[in-house]
Design a protein around this ligand. Sequence first.
Ligand SMILES: O=C([O-])CC(=O)C(=O)O
Ligand SMILES: [Mg+2]
Length: 206
Amino acid sequence: MATIQERFFALPTTAISDATGGHTNIDSSIKPLSDHFKVAGRAVTVRLPDGENGAVLEAISKAQKGDILVIDAKGNKNRAVAGDFVISLAKGLGVQGFVVDGVIRDIAAIRKLDYPVFSLGTTVAAGHKHGGGVVGVPISVGGVTVHPGDFIIGDIDGVVVVQQEEAEQIAEAAEAKLTKDEAREKEALANGEESIRAYLAKVLAK
Ligand SMILES: O=C([O-])CC(=O)C(=O)O
Ligand SMILES: [Mg+2]
């Protein structure tokens, strides 16, 4: 029997968005650093003061293997929340990925690490380390509220959030939608132009 995390990992974010109604999709300005990245896991949340990144280390130390660090950097694009060193620490402890409402740096090295990061982009400057920041509180990332323990699913299409209380129901609805979409595709594309026309005629007759 697959765990809920394995079920979310097997689903495209688009099917999950269809199941949630799209209300908890993180803003599309937060994009994967590489096209092939796929993550599904529980959120460890971090809220940073503007331009700071010290609390990211605390979050890494508190995360369980497979967790995803979700970082509210208030959309700051001038100071990186992490570079390749911080990412290496997270990777070494089994943290699955980062979702950042802010930017990162040391991109060439992070690409070599092949570590899934979703962010607003990149910059050259490191974050300040004056202190402050909170780990494990509800945060806002890309216009969506994320609670600690919520499921985060990300791929090339974007990042979606599923509240943990709704996880089972959303996984089931997304699986059903995927099955339905696959059947639709099979029917429409079974036999070239003939099946495409038959499919369109059926839909347009409704
Ligand atoms: O030190 C920092 O704040 C960011 C950085 O460059 C790294 O993690 O490699
Ligand atoms: Mg660095």
